[in-house]
Design a binder for this molecule. Structure first.
Ligand SMILES: [Zn+2]
Length: 112
């Protein structure tokens, strides 16, 4: 009861001190702000770090790995029963085959 009257008083008295928190978007800058804007735009993976489900993975239709750079370190979970991940570097324009037989190729994407 008293709390609501007190808050009403603070708001009506022109006090901006307790009016509320600022929007987090006003506090962040740089890369963090671009990440937050991407999230607000609906892109839940702006850095393309979430796992990708493997497709056919043949030499003609390799699995495309997004990257904003000329190379990227990627991990392949070769078998669902394996408890380890095989890591390898992918370079732009050089499709690569993992030990499990799947092919991967770097797919350029715009940087964040
Ligand atoms: Zn593999």
């Amino acid at each position: 009861m008293w709390w609501s009257r007190w808050m009403k008083h603070l708001r009506s008295a022109g006090s901006r001190m307790y009016a509320g928190m600022h929007d987090p978007l006003d506090h962040v800058t740089g890369l963090e702000k671009r990440e937050l804007l991407a999230h607000l735009a609906g892109d839940c993976d702006p850095f393309r770090i979430m796992a990708i489900k493997k497709g056919p993975g043949t030499r003609e239709r390799p699995n495309l790995i997004p990257s904003a750079y000329n190379r990227r370190l990627m991990g392949c979970s070769c078998s669902p029963h394996d408890n380890h991940v095989e890591y390898m570097w992918l370079h732009l324009g050089c499709p690569k085959r993992c030990g499990c037989g799947y092919w991967f190729e770097l797919c350029p994407v715009a940087p964040l």
